[in-house]
Design a protein around this ligand. Structure first.
Ligand code: ATP
Length: 678
């Protein structure tokens, strides 16, 4: 019986545990306001209450006035209607008045009402109706105006209420979107800092062991952790604890990782925020967030504040405030400068910041006393790459023969993030092949894929196109084999990958400075593809677009930045401070611009001529290489050695690979690919 009852009940009546119970909705005080408002509006709209009954003027005239039942007649001017009040002793004569309890008039009146055309006309009609009545018994009309306080109130208030409502709604939405962390949800929290706080309780499982290489950078930040742990060790000698350190370096080199390791190692609270978190569409919010961040930090001192991508707010302030500069960002920066070195001493608060672009940061931010230390985090060298591989290979199931040294040699120019990506990609490739362990070939495939993109085996390429690509790539390979300063070649392929239809892969030397000769040789080998097409087929194609773009940029840089042109001289029009207005005006005259153009052209033309000459001198070997490439699709430096003999300028050490000079599809002038391709 009970069971049946239970089944019949609506599922909504079931409690949390499935037992049947009626859950009363939670009472909310706002309901009362709502109810009152609804009642008032309903009463007003329905006009429920004591209202006079409608009647015609004829009836009033012929019955009520004639029988002297009328006590008062009130004309409502603005409504053009007349209210009739009957004498109390005459009410009995009109029993229909109080028949219904719902819409009967008040006892005191008005009892009846009727509309009129105009006030003057009604006055005349009333006079006429009372012609035969004695002066004493005549009724003089009273005049009044109807005041609708409620309607007026609603008319005034409603638009304001609507505007305020919409305003609140929009702001709430925006502050929610901008919120997150501490500042979310409430419009009044929009100026609160959104820093994430990590302290002893938070579980950060990154420590210095997870950061491979970066020995100097690690030492510097380790020292900061030491400062915070044992300040007296430094202060007793009179030294001051540094205020901040700026981590500078290319993307993916481990700056954020280093900061995370500091958070994991230092036993002090760690505030983490990104530069863009300060920026909001409201004016003044950035500065207020900076203030709030430092207020919180001071309360928890000693502690570390980490601002990632500080260039979002720290960019150099413009000279001309009206021309494209961002006032809000500058206010935020000013506040940051004040907080970092204001009158208040932030004892025990150390600021760490990271950026890829130290060159565009405001100089005031970089001065000693704010960021006392700049820690450069560079792309890893061979040894560091090996160490980073060691960290990221740890969790993988590997073929025991995998050699970290070999992998490090394969990846010149890779950042820590790239290496992490290679390791992950190789695991995915191995898994795709349903392997139990990751093998060397999976790593090589992962590296190829990361540099060149996905292999496109099924791409439809005509025989003639394939031939052009083969001769083009063989052109690059031949020249780079023959010239002293060109990067040693490792592999040439005509297998399409990503947007590239073919590519020559090199092992770039790890050099810190580049000479003019090296640049010229590289330009020459880059132009080798087009030169080969012209010499072999007497036709040129769009395949060289990427090469030409690279060479042009290189030549412009040589002339206008590196001062490598005799005619233009030792000048550099590059502004490393990022504070120039070169966007609007060039720092040189029209005449110099023409000279730069002509020098660029001379450089490129002469390199092209040289490339053709090298190819002409090695015509047979070049075609032999191209034919071999057509046959095998991929050839290695060993094959080149067979054709050309030992390279006069040394053989590449490892099988390190870096792809440059890819021949590309016609439509491909995509920047992303350029980065991968170079
Ligand atoms: P960005 O400037 O683009 O923010 P970043 O320098 O802050 O880059 P991170 O976010 O620190 O780079 O690094 C990305 C990933 O690369 C890390 O999560 C880590 O897996 C890997 N990585 C980078 N450098 C190292 C390193 N030295 N040791 C181990 N792993 C590293």
């Amino acid at each position: 019986m009970t069971e049946n009852n239970n089944q019949n009940k609506s599922p909504y009546q079931k409690g949390k545990n499935g037992n049947n119970m009626l859950k009363p909705p939670k009472f909310n005080a706002y309901w009362l306001y709502g109810l009152v408002a609804v009642a008032v509006i309903a009463l007003n709209l329905l006009n429920i209450g004591q209202t006079p009954k409608e009647i015609s003027w004829q009836k009033v005239k012929n019955e009520m006035i004639r029988n002297s039942d009328v006590d008062r007649i009130v004309v409502v001017r603005n409504l053009l209607e007349v209210n009739v009040y009957l004498k109390s002793e005459s009410l009995d004569k009109y029993p229909s008045l109080f028949e219904s309890s719902f819409d009967s008039p008040a006892k005191a009146g008005p009892h009846y009402n009727f509309p009129i055309g105009s006030i003057e006309q009604f006055a005349e009609q009333l006079n006429k109706a009372q012609e035969n009545i004695s002066e004493m018994n005549r009724i003089e009309p009273e005049y009044t105006t109807h005041e609708n306080y409620f309607g007026d109130f609603i008319g005034w208030i409603l638009p304001f209420a609507l505007i305020i409502g919409i305003w609140f709604f929009v702001f709430k939405r925006m502050s929610k979107g901008a919120g997150g962390g501490g500042g979310g949800g409430n419009i009044f929290n929009v100026g609160k800092s959104k820093a994430k706080v990590f302290d002893k309780e938070s579980n950060i499982n990154v420590n210095f062991k997870d950061v491979a290489g970066l020995a100097e950078a690690k030492q510097e930040v380790e020292e900061i952790v030491e400062f915070l742990k044992h300040p007296q060790r430094y202060t007793k000698l009179g030294g001051k604890i540094p205020k901040g350190a700026l981590l500078v370096g290319p993307p993916g080199t481990g700056k954020t990782l280093l900061a995370k390791a500091v958070a994991g190692e230092a036993n002090v609270p760690f505030f983490s925020m990104s530069g863009s978190d300060f920026v909001e569409m409201f004016v003044g919010v950035g500065a207020s967030r900076v203030r709030d961040l430092f207020k919180q930090a001071k309360e928890k001192s000693p502690c570390i504040v980490f601002i990632d991508e500080i260039d979002a707010i720290g960019r150099a302030r413009g000279k001309n405030p009206n021309m494209g500069s961002n006032d809000e960002r500058e206010n935020t920066l000013n506040q940051l400068l004040t907080e970092m070195d204001g009158f208040d001493t932030n004892s025990g608060v150390i600021i760490l910041a990271a950026t890829n672009r130290a060159d565009i940061l405001d100089r005031a931010l970089m001065r000693a006393g704010r960021f006392d230390r700049q820690i450069h985090v560079e792309l890893p060298d061979l040894n560091e790459r090996r160490e980073i591989f060691a960290v990221h290979l740890r969790p993988l199931k590997l073929d025991p023969h995998i050699d970290q040294e070999f992998l490090a040699k394969q990846t010149p120019g890779f950042s820590g993030a790239d290496i992490a990506n290679v390791c992950n990609e190789s695991a995915l490739i191995a898994a795709r092949k349903k392997k139990e362990i990751i093998e060397k070939q999976d790593f090589l495939d992962a590296i190829d894929r990361i540099i060149g993109g996905l292999e496109k085996k099924n791409k439809i390429i005509s025989l003639q196109e394939k031939k052009t690509i083969a001769y083009h790539e063989a052109g690059h390979a031949t020249i780079s084999w023959m010239l002293e300063h060109a990067h040693p070649l490792v592999k040439v392929t005509i297998v399409p990958r990503g947007k590239a239809l073919g590519a020559a892969w090199y092992l770039p030397e790890e050099r810190s400075i580049t000479t003019k000769e090296q640049m010229l040789d590289e330009m020459c080998s880059t132009l080798g593809g087009r030169a080969a097409e012209e010499l072999t087929f007497a036709k040129i194609s769009t395949g060289a677009q990427n090469d030409l773009e690279k060479v042009t940029k290189q030549a412009i840089a040589m002339v206008s930045i590196f001062g490598m042109s005799d005619k233009v001289g030792n000048v550099s029009y590059y502004d490393s401070s990022g504070q120039s207005d070169y966007g609007f005006s060039k720092p040189y005259s029209e005449k110099t611009a023409e000279l730069i153009d002509s020098e660029v052209k001379i450089l490129i033309d002469s390199s092209y001529k040289r490339a053709k000459q090298v190819l002409r001198d090695n015509m047979d070997k070049h075609s032999q290489l191209a034919e071999l490439l057509l046959e095998r699709e991929v050839i290695f430096s060993e094959d080149l050695e067979e054709i050309f003999g030992k390279r006069a300028f040394g053989k590449p050490e490892g099988l390190g690979e870096k792809k440059i000079n890819p021949i590309k599809e016609e439509e491909s002038n995509n920047e992303d690919n350029e980065i991968k391709a170079v």
